[in-house]
Design a protein around this ligand. Structure first.
Ligand SMILES: CC[C@@H](C(=O)O)C(=O)SCCNC(=O)CCNC(=O)[C@H](O)C(C)(C)COP(=O)(O)OP(=O)(O)OC[C@H]1O[C@@H](n2cnc3c(N)ncnc32)[C@H](O)[C@@H]1OP(=O)(O)O
Length: 314
């Protein structure tokens, strides 16, 4: 009796939070609600203005007809470190991707064959007050959480170095591909910090708490071999131009991603949504979300076409 009541209560609660999760998953042209609000002492617009005071570089978005977009962190003079204006750029590009109804995949990479060396240390020195540091942290946590929650299958193409916030950025993608000679390193400890852009929370989910503790506690240089070993890397690319068939690292990353993005947009987006629900929600809520998403593809054109073609899966 008590158990039944508890179950009913849990189901009611899970169904209402599942609706909230589903609403967040819906792509719309509206700007998404930020992870933080005034109750956390955060004002997104005010933080945007403050960050814009530290200009330099850009974050560039190329949406392609294939349904795969390329997001480039572009500040090569500073090894693609994030200036304040680039943080704002990133959040704006994430907003654009949230309303990209034709999108299926995303490659995140750095310009000039290196990934990203984290926050621009000049900006970090200038905004070293705890309050401003917190605001930057909340702004980037929001942008990177929304990046990972996009209904697109995303991959970080790591060439050169991914340091500090750059290492955190790789964890905001579904997959990581490492080029020969590349390094992912959570260098935070060496500068008296811990990750603040959500990188630690995501790292634990990717490699487990034992490995995360080793990587953060030892500020370990993760090369491709170690990346594969601990489960941080999902693949290693061939050296650019090594085999004529291999193509550039970007082409290799797009080819690698294709196996997950081939197919109708609603189906690919649905796959990402159910995995995301499983990753982020307690089981009952994840099941509810899976049911809702299932309802959007059941009997839909791609499903009916496949049934009519009597396809076999040999
Ligand atoms: C909140 C903080 C945390 C976070 O957000 O999570 C961070 O990310 S803090 C930043 C962490 N990153 C670093 O500490 C990287 C520091 N840089 C380096 O270790 C080296 O520069 C390098 C990335 C290993 C490259 O070394 P090298 O190949 O020898 O080149 P240079 O050192 O000459 O660098 C070229 C040029 O780029 C500038 N640079 C590099 N990284 C940054 C950075 N993060 N911020 C600002 N500027 C950066 C470097 O100063 C050089 O500039 P010039 O001296 O003007 O040529």
């Amino acid at each position: 009796m008590v158990l039944c009541a508890l179950n009913r209560q849990l189901l009611r609660r899970s169904s209402s939070s599942c609706c909230v999760f589903m609403a967040r998953l819906q792509t719309s042209s509206r700007r998404r609600r930020c992870l933080y609000s005034s109750t956390h002492g955060f004002n997104q617009e005010e933080t945007r203005q403050k960050l814009r005071a530290f200009p330099g570089g850009s974050v560039d978005l190329l949406k392609q007809d294939s349904g795969v977009a390329v997001l480039t962190i572009n500040n090569p003079a500073r090894m693609n470190a994030f200036s304040g204006s680039m943080m704002v750029d990133l959040e704006e590009k994430v907003s654009q991707l949230e309303s990209w109804t034709e999108g299926k995949g995303l490659v995140v990479r750095g310009a000039a064959e290196t990934f990203c060396s984290g926050s621009d240390l000049n900006a970090v020195r200038a905004i070293s007050s705890p309050q401003d540091g917190m605001k930057m942290c909340m702004f980037m946590q929001d942008a990177l959480t929304r990046l990972l929650r996009l209904p697109l299958v995303s991959v970080a193409l790591v060439e050169g170095r991914a340091l500090g916030g750059g290492a955190e950025l790789t964890t905001a993608c579904d997959f990581r591909l490492m080029a020969p000679g590349s390094v992912i390193q959570f260098v935070h400890k060496h500068i008296g910090l811990v990750p603040g852009w959500g990188g630690a929370a995501r790292l634990v989910r990717i490699v487990g708490s034992q490995n995360a503790l080793k990587l953060l506690g030892g500020a370990v240089k993760v090369d491709p071999e170690r990346g594969l070993d601990v489960g941080l890397a999902d693949g290693v690319l061939e050296a650019d131009g090594d085999a004529p068939s291999a193509g550039t690292h970007l082409q290799q990353a797009e080819d690698w991603l294709r196996r997950y993005t081939e197919g109708p947009v609603p189906v690919i987006q649905a796959v990402k949504k159910v995995v995301l629900a499983g990753r982020e929600l307690p089981l009952l809520e994840a099941l509810q979300t899976e049911k809702e998403v299932f309802g959007t593809v059941w009997g839909a054109p791609a499903n009916l076409r496949a049934l009519a073609s009597k396809s076999k899966h040999k």
